[in-house]
Design a protein around this ligand. Structure first.
Ligand code: ZN
Length: 298
C-alpha cells in the first residue's frame, strides 16, 4: 500500500514536471519580434537584393498589398498598429511629440504587461516611446543615430544582443533609415533603394544572431512597414503610399504562403496576440490574419 502510494506520488510529480516543461516550451515558441522598416514600399523589396527578407517570405506567409491608415504618417500609423485601432479611435493625426491617445484604446505593450509577458523596444525616434504608458514596458532603448548611415545596423545589433541575453516575449525593432533617405533623396531613388538593402541586412543580423544563439525556432518574426512614399513625402493616399509589405514567419505560420485576405496595419497586433496566446482585446478593431496559421494552430 505504501509502495503503491509512493509510485502514485512519483507518477503525479512526473506528470506535473512534464506539463511544466510543455507550458514552458509553448511560451518559448510564442515569442514575437516585430520589425518595422519605416517607409519601406512593397515594390522596393522586389527591385533590390533583399535576401534575408526573401528568406522570411519563403519561410512564412506574406503579402505586398497590406494597407495602412489615413493619414499615412509615422506616428498615427504606429498608434494604429500598436492599438489596433484607426486614427478616428486613437485620436493621433500627426507626428506630435506629446500625443494624447484616447483612453479607450488598448496598446499591445500594456496588454502584454497585464498578462505578465516581457516586452522590449529598440528605436531611433523618441516619439515612439509614447506608444506605451510609463511603466508598461520592461526595457526600451532610443538611440538618436538616424543621421548616421548605419543606424539600422546599430539598432538591430543592440536589439539582438538584448534578445539573446534576456529572451523577451516580445521585441519591437524600429528601422528608420529608409524613411530618412526617402525624405532626403526621394522614394525609389538610388539612395532609398540602397537604404532598403541596408534594412534587409539589419533584418539578417537579427536572424543570424538568433540562429547562433539557438533561438531561431523560439521566435516568430513579423516584418512590415508603416507606410510607403513617393517623391519626398508620404502625405497623399495613392497606392505607393498606402500599400505596405506584411511578412510573418515562425513555428506556427504557414510556409511559402501568399496571403489572400485583405490585411490592414490594424491586424498586426491581433495576429501577434494570437501567436502569443493572448486573448483578443475588445478595443481592438483589427483581426488576426487567420489564414497564415498552420491548421494545428487554428
Ligand atoms: Zn514612417
Amino acid at each position: 500500500m505504501c509502495v503503491a502510494g509512493d509510485i502514485l506520488l512519483l507518477l503525479t510529480l512526473f506528470i506535473v514536471v512534464l506539463n511544466f516543461i510543455s507550458i514552458e516550451k509553448s511560451f518559448q515558441m510564442n515569442r514575437v519580434i516585430l520589425i518595422i522598416i519605416d517607409g519601406c514600399r512593397a515594390d522596393a523589396l522586389q527591385q533590390v537584393q533583399t535576401a534575408n527578407i526573401d528568406a522570411l517570405i519563403a519561410a512564412g506567409s506574406s503579402c505586398f498589398g497590406a494597407c495602412t491608415v489615413i493619414p499615412p504618417i509615422t506616428l498615427p500609423c504606429h498608434f494604429s498598429l500598436f492599438t489596433s485601432s484607426h486614427p478616428i479611435s486613437h485620436g493621433i493625426y500627426n507626428n506630435t511629440g506629446r500625443p494624447s491617445p484616447s483612453p479607450s484604446v488598448a496598446g499591445l505593450i500594456e496588454v502584454l504587461a497585464y498578462h505578465h509577458r516581457h516586452s522590449a523596444a529598440f528605436f531611433t525616434w523618441e516619439h515612439l516611446r509614447n506608444l506605451w504608458p510609463p511603466g508598461a514596458i520592461n526595457f526600451s532603448l532610443c538611440s538618436n543615430v538616424v543621421q548616421q548611415g548605419d543606424s539600422d545596423r546599430i539598432i538591430a545589433d543592440l536589439a539582438t544582443d538584448y534578445i539573446v541575453e534576456v529572451q523577451p516575449d516580445f521585441c519591437f525593432i524600429y528601422l528608420e533609415q529608409t524613411d530618412f533617405v526617402g525624405h532626403a533623396e526621394g522614394w525609389m531613388s538610388t539612395g532609398y533603394l540602397k537604404a532598403v538593402e541596408t534594412a534587409d541586412k539589419a533584418v539578417g543580423s537579427v536572424l543570424s544572431g538568433l540562429q547562433e544563439a539557438g533561438l531561431r525556432e523560439d521566435y516568430h518574426i513579423i516584418v512590415q512597414s508603416d507606410h510607403g512614399g513617393q517623391k519626398n513625402h508620404h502625405t497623399e493616399t495613392q497606392d505607393a503610399v498606402m500599400n505596405i509589405p506584411w511578412i510573418a514567419a515562425g513555428p506556427s505560420i504557414r510556409t511559402g504562403h501568399i496571403i489572400q485576405e485583405p490585411v490592414s496595419i490594424v491586424d498586426t497586433v491581433p495576429t501577434i496576440a494570437r501567436i502569443m496566446g493572448i486573448p483578443h482585446h475588445l478595443a481592438w478593431e483589427g483581426k488576426a490574419v487567420d489564414e497564415i496559421f498552420l491548421k494545428s494552430q487554428e
